[in-house]
Design a protein around this ligand. Sequence first.
Ligand code: DQA
Length: 138
Amino acid sequence: MNGPNLDRLGTREREIYGAESLGDVESRLRELAGDLGVDLVFFQSNSEGDLVDAIWDAADGCDGIVINPAAYTHYSIAVRDALSGAGLPTVEVHISNVHDREEFRSRSVVAPACTGGIWGLGTAGYDLALRALVQMLA
Ligand code: DQA
């Protein structure tokens, strides 16, 4: 699950987020999911409410969540409440090192609702998060 502006990966601030598009990430994760023997639902939205709805949809039909809430990480109590309420194993991902940027990025209001997190490892963080989630669920 990906939050706002991540649909512009590959063109947006490439020096921070890299050259890969979200489509590239999705293709790679679909391949990885196949190798791991799991089904993947891929989702991106620029809207907070759509992310909240997608989290609740996951609660009804999925075993776990990998989420990069993007800017909502830093202030969305609605996303945090949805993750807490869904109660699924959840891995928070950030492509960049949020602790080595502006101070406001160091704070994640969603982290307490997540099982764990990965930041600063580029888009490889999504792969690692999926592997960790599958291992957790095994
Ligand atoms: C991000 C970090 C956030 O601070 C930022 O708002 C993003 C992307 C990351 O993946 O590094 O949009 O979540």
